[in-house]
Design a protein around this ligand. Sequence first.
Ligand SMILES: *Cc1c(COP(=O)(O)O)cnc(C)c1O
Ligand SMILES: [Zn+2]
Length: 420
Amino acid sequence: MAVSHLQCKECKAEYPLEALYVCDQCFGPLEVVYDHSASTGDVAELRRRIQGGPQNIWRYADFLPLAGGPPGPSGRLASRVGLPAGCTPLIRADRLAERLGLREVWVKNDAANPTHSFKDRVVSVAVTRARELGFETIACASTGNLANSVAAHGAALGMDSYVFIPADLEEQKILATGIYGTNLVGVEGNYDDVNRLCTELCAEREWAFVNINLRPYYAEGSKTLAFEIAEQLGWELPDRCIVPVASGSLFTKIARGFEEWTELGLLDGELPRMNGAQAEGCSPVASAYAAGADVCRPVKPSTIAKSLAIGNPADGPYALDLARRSGGGVDAVSDDEIRAAIKLLAETTGVFTETAGGVTTAVLAKLAARGEIDPDERVVLVITGEGLKTLDAVRGTFETRTIAPSVEAFEAGVRQTVSV
Ligand SMILES: *Cc1c(COP(=O)(O)O)cnc(C)c1O
Ligand SMILES: [Zn+2]
């Protein structure tokens, strides 16, 4: 068992592996620390062990904070639990690359998870840990995708769940949550209001809020995206990753995953340039980056990228530090750029993403247009969610023709406008 303890990211005070998330000495966030000293050395053996694991995130159980330890070669233990996430496609996107004047672009399509977003990775880990700690009820404060995933995991595991969302969320995300039979609570306010309410509730109830008191475990789940990208590239690092930023957890933990494997000798080379992507209507991290600041000033979100609409990002300072030390950056794009990028990605790759993926694709296009990306770089574009969940964003972006069911009607009405 490699997982060791929790540690404050600021003052390094140590804590036991319980449902704790904030340092009581300095109020810094806690994170999981591992001791991999037993597994360093034989890289070939480590890789074989991973490759022999199940076709889901539990193949990386050695690097996840589960007291139950790795599931063993067959992955029996962990793959039995709930809704296995991960092992999503990494697609070489030559047509997109060509449109942008680049040579090697890969799309990591994390919409291909059980509830169609990368959140299944973090929820699987948090909920598995919650069960180990004896919790019977799971909960979350969500911008949408987390709601879908927590509700579905509750259903799969037979646990009670409480899901708190801003009341004005996309209808698709509300329907795709309530259907699982969760206790769904719409809160009048934005995500930051929902989060504040949930933090208060968390102090009063014996619930596992996956992104509050279980946050140190939850965050670790995002490392599996990095592990998969590296494994799918044949145990190589990309040169650059474009990643959406809401709280900044995904962005920083993808980098942590690359670093952890490099420290263990599983990967060779430099940390990829890490580019964070935000919507202009909620860009506290991009604004702080542009201003050369170390901390983010909270904002009131107003953007079609609702899944990224966190005005007060918990991991903002760490995201800024990562963007700078990796030679990447953090950029923001407008709602119109997001819509255009959803269409560009769909037309060139066959991948239909939600608004968050429009944000990353638009940032990629912007960096390429600015000449910031060397044409020979290997770039990974992280697509975190599914287009069917944010249909309003693309409504009206193309024309449909309706005709009578006859060849004449087709010839008269359509033929001159479509190439057949
Ligand atoms: C939650 C979410 C993110 C990023 O979340 P972080 O809080 O930054 O970890 C990105 N994309 C989608 C679609 C999401 O739902
Ligand atoms: Zn501390």
